[in-house]
Design a protein around this ligand. Structure first.
Ligand code: PEP
Ligand code: MN
Length: 250
């Protein structure tokens, strides 16, 4: 399983891994609905230092078990110099670098170095106010060591009162054209609310991007982080049904 230019892949799963049952239930359901990759944050970057910071290393085994039972590929966020090593030991197919770290050059280089030559892909989220040059430039720090980089647009800061961020498909498309790298769209962190996920995902597929990242939780309102923007397993199935009707790149 690879995320590639000229292809469409779906990465789905909870904002954070909370317990083994949540991970397994999600993996089974999204795999059945046609998702390619299970996402779940283990080391969560939280705005407040007193907030829950994620399950950490313990969650690696929950995700490995879910892969064993379903065959789904795995991805999680690497947040510091230690996390790439732990994730690679668990043989995750993909790692991602989050928005807050999207221009942390030492982490970008270290992740590139550690994933080099292993077939591991590295998703680089755009920073919250990054322009085209900064985003594609940051990707070069990873690509220096590992060329398997995927860009991810997750919304930028702007003036929205009613959404979390501004989904910027324009720069995402320019990044895809100018870099030649695959580009995927994280509709959950862009919108910050579940009612916009379906239409924005449909727009992303129609516009010829290379995949979707979407937060899915068995019980979204009870999620320990990002509860407002996660969709239920049933809504994910519905979303996949709708997406199947849309050609990738009209
Ligand atoms: C996430 O994907 O859970 C996340 C924290 O995203 P971002 O880095 O885009 O805020
Ligand atoms: Mn999240």
């Amino acid at each position: 399983m690879r995320i590639e230019a000229n292809n469409w892949r779906v990465i789905a799963g909870p904002c954070a891994a909370e317990n083994p049952e949540q991970i397994l239930e999600t993996a089974k359901s999204i795999k059945k609905a046609g998702a390619d990759v299970l996402r779940a944050g283990l080391w969560k970057p939280r705005t407040r230092a007193t907030a829950w910071q994620g399950a950490g290393k313990e969650g690696l085994a929950w995700m490995q078990e879910a892969r064993k039972q379903t065959g789904i590929a795995l991805t999680t966020e690497v947040k510091d110099m230690e996390s790439p090593e732990a994730v690679l030991k668990a043989e995750f197919e993909i790692v991602w670098i989050g928005s807050r770290n999207g221009m942390s050059y030492p982490l970008l280089e270290e992740t590139g170095r550690q994933t080099a030559g292993m077939g591991t892909q590295v998703i680089l989220k755009r920073t919250m106010a990054g322009d085209l040059d900064e985003w594609v430039g940051a990707a070069e720090y990873i690509a220096k060591h590992n060329p398997e980089v995927v860009l991810c647009e997750r919304g930028i800061k702007g003036f929205p009162r009613d959404t979390r961020n501004v989904l910027d498909l324009q720069i995402a498309k320019l990044a895809q054209i100018t870099s030649g790298l695959p580009v995927i769209i994280d509709v959950s962190h862009a919108a910050g609310r579940r009612d916009l996920i379906m239409p924005m995902a449909m727009a992303s597929k129609a516009a010829g991007f290379n995949g979707l990242m979407v937060e899915v939780h068995p019980n979204p309102v009870m999620a320990k982080s990002d509860a407002k923007q996660q969709i239920s397993l049933t809504d994910f199935e519905l979303l996949m049904g709708r997406l199947a009707l849309i050609p990738n790149g009209l």
